[in-house]
Design a protein around this ligand. Structure first.
Ligand code: URA
Length: 249
């Protein structure tokens, strides 16, 4: 992948860390990267389906009391929506069960379906760089999706698919209890917060069941429109600040 703002930040982080063993990014270094990345992003082309959202089925009482392991085994066998017929693997999610920071995407793509792991393709590589630039390790955070099975041809999940799958994610969040959730793009914005308009709402703190939520652009969108990486980095820095990962003055 071509070097981008996150590679530069990670590179500088490494340099700074070897100098004084503390982890920070000097503001002047960050500012340098913004000179050509501040352009207003185009509206995100990943659009939310126009249909009215279908209310979720009442949460399966069994799901509501499951542990993370039980939830995973249940999801692996799930046949509650048609996506089960075309999947190779269920992509339950991965990361630390005690993560303070959780990332939520839309659903598995081809690579994820083949490997059974979230965000392992090109968008996943970029997400991993974003996480590293935020001074977290991928294994410290938790990564999940709105749907656990790949929608054919990588289309957006349909409302009935998303709403059928949602109880798994809701229980994951309840068990993991992250301090912050980063919503990646329009699909999780729609189904987790019931809101539309990622371009307008990104960068603004929201909340889900008393957990702070930061909506930002999906890494796949950033691959299509790299100029939007600058504002995305602004959003991610707000999250870093909350964890005390501020730039040294
Ligand atoms: N895009 C997503 O939204 N999730 C993944 O797991 C991979 C790509």
């Amino acid at each position: 992948m071509k070097k981008d703002i996150f590679d530069e930040i990670i590179g500088h982080l490494r340099e700074l860390q070897t100098q004084d063993k503390t982890t920070f990014i000097a503001p002047e270094i960050v500012n340098e990267f913004f000179t050509d990345t501040q352009a207003a992003p185009k509206p995100e082309s990943v659009s939310v389906p126009a249909q009215a959202s279908v209310p979720a089925d009442p949460v399966d009482p069994a799901i509501a009391s499951m542990t993370l392991e039980e939830l995973n085994s249940s999801a692996q066998k799930c046949q509650k929506c048609p996506l089960c017929t075309s999947r190779k693997n269920v992509v339950f999610g991965e990361g630390s069960p005690n993560a303070d920071l959780m990332f939520i995407g839309e659903g598995p793509g081809l690579d994820e379906d083949q490997q059974g792991r979230p965000f392992v393709g090109k968008a996943g590589e970029l997400l991993t760089k974003m996480i590293t630039a935020m001074q977290f390790e991928r294994k410290q955070v938790y990564i999940a999706n709105i749907v656990k099975c790949r929608p054919p041809k990588n289309r957006n999940p349909l409302p009935e698919e998303a709403n059928t799958c949602l109880p798994y994610l809701q229980r994951q969040i309840e068990l993991i209890q992250p301090k912050v959730i980063v919503i990646l793009g329009a699909v999780p914005l729609k189904y987790l917060l019931n809101k539309v308009g990622i371009t307008r709402l990104r960068g603004q703190w929201d909340s889900y069941n008393n957990i702070k939520v930061m909506p930002t652009f999906h890494p796949a969108y950033l691959l299509r429109d790299p100029k939007a990486k600058g504002v995305t980095w602004n959003d991610l820095q707000q999250v870093m600040k909350l964890f005390g990962k501020v730039h040294k003055k």
